[in-house]
Every structure is written in structure tokens, then in C-alpha cells.
Design a protein around this ligand. Structure first.
Ligand SMILES: [Fe+2]
Ligand SMILES: [Fe+2]
Length: 238
């Protein structure tokens, strides 16, 4: 039992990851778990892999990690996802690629609390557990499930997790570069001893992330976007 920081969907955003880790340290998090998608979209995949390897355990694989490591192909990616992941593949070190490829698809935080990146089959596995932390949708969410109902709870303040219920919890995304609203790094604090959960939203230097992504070639231009769409149509016809 411990005070856990839970985070995921970092997507190569070093500024946001640094801000969230500092906030979790300040709150006294004893262990930090990562729900995957360490890379993709932004310009610091290698630095984010290094930081996650140093600070987080357990770490599970996200789809972007497996695509970045060459374990999955680009078939189910949008144009901008494919573009940034092709760039990511070119800059990741061999060691980081091997580490991303070795990540497990799920993990147990402690008895009764599982970590998943996403996927219906995996989520069903979580139903027998007390708590299931998931990622992928990039939105802070908490659902309380008991025999009769599924109820979505507000994500503000400290939330008491009742022993008799099961919870599905998305701590949100560290990376806010694709969000239109104010750029905040999202994560959660889970106190397994007290049975409480709190969602955190941490300001970070989003302008620096965006400038680097543009300069280092992680942002799709309208022309390349059209080329990618054309390529997809040609592939679909063959
Ligand atoms: Fe993601
Ligand atoms: Fe994902």
C-alpha cells in the first residue's frame, strides 16, 4: 500500500512530464506508474523514455510506444500520428526502441488495482478488480461500477473509493499539445491505504513544446497531409 502517482499519454512532451513529476514529488508520491504512450506527437521521445525509465514503475505499453518501436504498423494511425511517429522512429536510440518493445501490455499496481492502456478485451479483464486505471482517451474520467449501475463521478477534489465498488479511472494525459483548451499536464494521485483518489492538472510551458515540435519536424504541413491522404487512398485501392 502506498501513495501512487498515476500518469500516461506523455507523447514525447518533456515539459509536461517534468511539470507533472515535480507536482507528484511535491505531494509526496512514493511510486509513479505509467499507463503508456511515452512517445509520439512531440520532439523529446528519447528524453521522455529516459525519464520514465528512471522514475516510473510499473510502465505498460501504449499503442504509440509499439508503433514507435516498430512492433505495430501505421495502418490505424491518422495522418498526423503517422507523421510524428515516423519522425520518432528516426530519433529513438536502439536501446530505447528495445525497451519500448519489451513493455508489458498490462500490469498490477497492487492486489485489486490493474493498469491498462486501452482495449475492450483488456478492460473486461479489469472488471473483476477493485480499480482499473486506463489511458488512451486523454480525458480525466472516473466511473463507479456496482451490481446495478455505472455512474460517472466528478473529477474535482478528493474522491473516496468505496471498498464494495469497482472503479475505472483515467488520470488524463500528460501531453496537452492536441487540446484546444488551456494546456495542463494531467495525472492522478491514488492513496491505496486511505482509498482516495485526486486528479491533478499542472501548468507547463506549452509554447516551448510546440516550438520544438515545429522546428524538429513533428508537425504535419497541409501539403504533406494531402500526400499522406493520397497515399492511403492508393493503398486502399490495391
Ligand atoms: Fe495517447
Ligand atoms: Fe494510445
Amino acid at each position: 500500500m502506498a501513495l501512487y502517482g498515476i500518469l500516461g499519454d506523455i507523447h514525447g512532451n518533456r515539459e509536461a512530464l517534468g511539470a507533472a513529476l515535480a507536482a507528484l514529488d511535491e505531494r509526496g508520491a512514493q511510486r509513479i506508474a505509467c499507463l503508456g504512450d511515452v512517445v509520439g506527437y512531440n520532439a523529446d521521445p528519447e528524453e521522455c523514455v529516459a525519464l520514465v525509465r528512471r522514475r516510473c514503475a510499473p510502465v505498460i505499453a501504449g499503442d504509440h510506444d509499439l508503433i514507435g518501436a516498430g512492433q505495430l504498423d501505421f495502418r490505424r494511425c491518422s495522418n498526423d500520428t503517422e507523421y510524428s511517429l515516423r519522425r520518432t522512429r528516426r530519433v529513438l536510440s536502439r536501446e530505447s526502441i528495445a525497451w519500448l518493445a519489451s513493455l508489458p501490455r498490462r500490469a498490477t499496481l497492487e492486489e485489486g488495482a490493474v493498469l491498462l492502456h486501452g482495449g475492450v478485451r483488456d478492460v473486461q479483464t479489469g472488471v473483476q478488480q477493485r480499480g482499473c486505471f486506463f489511458a488512451r482517451s486523454h480525458e480525466q474520467r472516473i466511473y463507479r461500477i456496482n451490481a446495478d449501475s455505472v455512474e460517472e463521478l466528478p473529477t474535482h477534489g478528493q474522491i473516496l473509493l468505496r471498498q464494495e465498488d469497482t472503479y475505472f479511472i483515467n488520470p488524463g494525459a500528460i501531453d496537452a499539445s492536441r487540446k484546444r483548451s488551456r494546456k495542463l499536464a494531467e495525472c492522478a494521485l491514488f492513496d491505496s491505504r486511505a482509498g482516495t483518489l485526486e486528479f491533478l492538472r499542472v501548468p507547463y510551458d506549452g509554447a516551448a513544446t510546440e516550438a520544438k515540435a515545429a522546428v524538429f519536424g513533428y508537425r504535419l504541413t497541409p501539403f504533406t497531409d494531402r500526400l499522406y491522404s493520397l497515399k492511403r487512398r492508393l493503398v486502399a485501392r490495391t
